[in-house]
Design a protein around this ligand. Structure first.
Ligand SMILES: [Zn+2]
Length: 511
């Protein structure tokens, strides 16, 4: 047990409910847990030897949860990738070498800590080294070194490595010979291998980190069009048997919507539900193109959806219907996807963007999210998505001391009308850079621009060197091939989306 700490705050928001805001409150922390919330004199009487950290002008909130990102501490723009549709963007990675994901994940974690994020979900992503377990273990070590709480998704995929099924063979057959042999050679098994190997890896990791208080695991099957029914069944069964969450991308892009209309004519989430995938521990990233049937399955099964608003705009995915999700009672969290509107890790800014984009221009439409809805997205809902639901997301005695102190200067200076609720102003105005202190498990990780365990300069230097080293493709001809390949993808998806839109319109006309 470390010595008790008292964090003196101006305001404490113990849970995402504006009416619960407490003025002139402080928090006592003992070991990794919150010990009490009360006035400074009262807490000082109870813990006379406590170290007092003074933030009397700050709002103390539960640590934020970035519920979907991939450990990319250098942004795609910084790494030389243009914003594009998702599918050609993924293919663009063929033109580059493999990035050292340990280093960039460390930088991502440090940036998140500085923006008030204390927990994150690292979604499935293969950095393409060919040794997925090594990549994952490097990422775990990175999160651990920075001290952030992290849930890592063990990825899986067994189809759709070129274009979405059922068109792979036909698409590849239409490529010129050199591209044909090139894409056929490319590693389709980006992750651990088949279903059995994926399950084995999951259990190896769970054994190795069973006693780690800050590291957890989810299955990360890439998405409905990338995973066969057999693989879904296998993962869903093991997830259910061992209480493991599942985190997947779904209905993210217009091309995925088109593919889903062919692959899952009765509805994507109805299909996943039939396979046993949909439970309260299932998390859907993006969910841009959901229809009423999808919303009904998500609401009924208690799954969580993660909104990634900046990424969805930049990748031409579209705007997920947040207000409609909330009206149906679907739990929604928030993520940056390392591709935010401002190309940074400011989760509050993304939350604000999600809120604004949900303001539908329809007098009879669903109401915009409330301040409580938005605060829940960044705290308790993210905590549930990260499978830490009972331990974080709120500040209560006995729960984990994941606490962030936000300066209220930008929110209220030089004037704030006394009738304006503080939290409404905070959500409208605050930025990640207003963070003064970030604590995880009772340890101060970041305070007034300085990290306790890492040096930002060092991390940035290492990340830049890693990016430089991964700049050139392993084979120089890959750059040219990737360029040409991209045009074939464009042609394919232009035709696919055109064709399926026609079919969907016909269906709608008949109904
Ligand atoms: Zn993602």
């Amino acid at each position: 047990m470390t010595n008790p700490i008292i964090i003196e705050g101006g305001f404490v928001l113990p849970r995402p409910r504006a009416t619960d805001l407490i003025k002139n409150a402080s928090i006592a922390v003992a070991g990794p847990l919150v010990a009490a919330i009360g006035s400074l004199p009262e807490l000082s009487r109870r813990w006379p030897n406590a170290e007092i950290i003074r933030y009397p002008d700050c709002l103390l909130v539960p640590g934020l949860v970035n519920a979907h990102q991939h450990g990319r501490g250098l942004s795609q723009i910084q790494l030389g990738y243009h914003d594009d549709f998702l599918e050609p963007w993924i293919a663009g990675r063929r033109a580059r070498g493999a990035l050292d994901s340990h280093i960039v994940t460390k930088l991502a974690a440090a940036r998140m800590i500085a923006n008030g994020v204390t927990t994150t979900i690292h979604a499935n992503y293969s950095y393409g080294t060919g040794d997925y377990e090594r990549e994952l273990r490097g990422q775990i070590a990175a999160y651990d070194a920075v001290g952030i709480r992290a849930t890592l998704c063990v990825g899986a995929m067994d189809r759709g490595g070129t274009v979405y099924p059922p068109h792979e063979a036909c698409f590849v057959a239409g490529l010129p010979d050199d591209l044909k042999s090139w894409v056929s050679k490319s590693p389709a098994a980006a992750y651990a291998g088949d279903g059995a190997a994926t399950v084995e890896l999951m259990h190896r990791l769970r054994r190795d980190f069973a006693s780690h208080p800050r590291i957890r695991f989810c299955y990360g099957p890439a998405g409905p069009q990338w995973v066969s029914d057999d693989l879904w069944r296998l993962i869903a069964r093991d997830a259910r048997d061992n209480s493991i969450g599942i985190h997947l991308h779904a209905l993210e892009s217009p091309a995925q919507k088109a593919a889903a209309s062919e692959l899952f004519p009765h509805g994507t989430f109805t299909h996943l539900d039939d396979l046993g995938v949909m439970t309260p521990s299932t998390v859907i990233a993006h969910g841009v193109w959901v229809d009423d049937a999808d919303l009904a399955v998500l609401a009924r099964t208690g799954a969580t959806v993660v909104r990634n608003p900046g990424c969805n705009i930049r990748m031409r995915n579209g705007i997920a219907p947040l207000a409609r999700y909330l009206r149906r009672g679907v739990r929604v969290a928030i993520g940056t996807d390392n591709c935010s509107m401002n190309d940074d890790e400011d989760l509050l800014a993304e939350l604000r963007l999600a809120g604004h984009l949900a303001r539908e221009p329809d007098w009879n439409g669903p109401p915009p999210p409330s301040i409580d809805d938005l605060l829940a997205m960044a705290t308790v809902n993210g905590a549930a998505a990260a499978q830490f639901g009972d331990e974080i997301g709120v500040l209560e005695p006995g729960l984990r001391a994941d606490i962030v102190a936000f300066s209220l200067h930008r929110t209220g200076h030089p004037y704030l009308d006394p009738d304006m609720p503080l939290l409404e102003a905070f959500v409208a105005r605050a930025q990640g850079s207003d963070v003064r202190m970030t604590m995880v498990d009772g340890r101060v990780l970041y305070r007034d621009g300085r990290y306790s365990d890492v040096s930002l300069d060092e991390l940035e230097g290492q990340a830049a060197a890693a990016a430089e080293a991964a700049r050139a493709p392993r084979n120089l001809a890959d750059s040219d091939r990737t360029q040409r390949y991209r045009q074939y993808l464009y042609d394919h998806y232009q035709q696919l989306t055109d064709r399926t839109a026609g079919a969907l319109n016909q269906k709608a006309g008949r109904n």
